[in-house]
Design a protein around this ligand. Structure first.
Ligand code: PAF
Length: 284
């Protein structure tokens, strides 16, 4: 695996691959790779001739009081994992290069970016779409891979690629979970032992919601109330939101039918975790 720090070099490598008619699979990450990232990399490895993984803790997607400074950075470990998975290039740019002095251009997907997590993390998705658009320009991938764990992010990026006619397919792969159900996330590293044990309540709440819906409950308020009660029973938690929304517009549904997204964001102590699941209920 070759670590590429220069934007120009990365562009030339991608152009060279294209000239040789090689397909490019791209996995954007902020590093601290876990099994969720590895599932994306493996899929990319199966699908594409060249696999590029970006590792960049993107400052513009963090709020002023968020965890940008303490976000885990472990390049040599990540590089070893990438090498083992047969990754061709790790794109590892500096923030100064990605955001040159005097830059004035940002990419925003309106509406979708201000819902769910966007309500609690203003500017977050603007940072995500801007950096992903930059990556697409630099790496020129045929396919880019995202995890369903960040469901809202994946929906927003699909919208951006569609609206801006970006010649890239967006593939979204299932959430990878720990044995007890906790969704894999680099932020799980922040959890104390007790918080880690408690964090299982997120996936439990989602499982409970799915069961209620399977049993025929169609009133989202009942499902959400049950989920919140379950979460609150665990100490040291604070709910940002628990929502059931339509999968296209991310608007809260009045009745559960068709394909809906059950999504939540919950603080375990000082760590904000998210999880979600889609459920499909036939229209009666
Ligand atoms: O999902 C992430 O890790 C980040 O939001 C992404 C897509 C790499 C952009 O910084």
């Amino acid at each position: 695996v070759k670590i590429v720090r220069s934007i120009r070099k990365m562009q030339l490598l991608s152009r060279d691959a294209r000239l040789r008619r090689k397909s490019i699979g791209f996995v954007p990450t902020m590093g601290a790779l876990h099994a969720g990232h590895l599932s994306l990399i493996r899929r990319a490895r199966l699908d594409s001739d060249i696999v590029t993984v970006s590792i960049f803790v993107n400052p513009t997607q963090f709020g002023p009081h968020e965890d940008f400074k303490k976000y885990p950075r472990m390049l040599s470990r990540d590089a070893a994992l990438c090498r083992k998975e047969g990754v061709d290039f790790i794109f590892y740019p500096s923030a100064a290069a990605m955001y040159p002095k005097g830059d004035k251009t940002f990419v925003t997907v309106e509406d979708l970016s201000s819902k769910l997590c966007g309500l609690f993390r203003p500017g977050h998705f603007k940072g995500v779409t801007t950096v992903v658009a930059k990556f697409f320009n630099i790496i020129n991938p045929d396919v880019a891979y995202f995890g369903q764990k960040d469901a809202q992010q994946a929906i927003i990026i699909k919208q951006m690629a569609r609206d801006l006619h970006m010649p890239v397919s967006i593939r979204v792969l299932p959430t990878v979970r720990e044995k007890d159900g906790l969704a894999m996330s680099s932020r799980n590293l922040y959890l104390s032992e007790a918080e880690r044990r408690g964090a299982v309540v997120l996936s439990q709440a989602i499982r409970e919601a799915r069961q209620m819906i399977q049993k025929g409950v169609r009133n989202p308020r009942l499902v959400i109330a049950k989920m919140k009660a379950l979460i609150r029973k665990k100490g040291n938690t604070r709910v940002d939101y628990v929502s059931i929304v339509d999968i296209c517009g991310l608007n809260p549904v009045q009745r559960i039918r068709g394909k809906v997204l059950i999504a939540l964001a919950v603080w375990m102590g000082k760590t904000r975790l998210i999880d979600n699941s889609t459920v499909e209920v036939p229209y009666a």
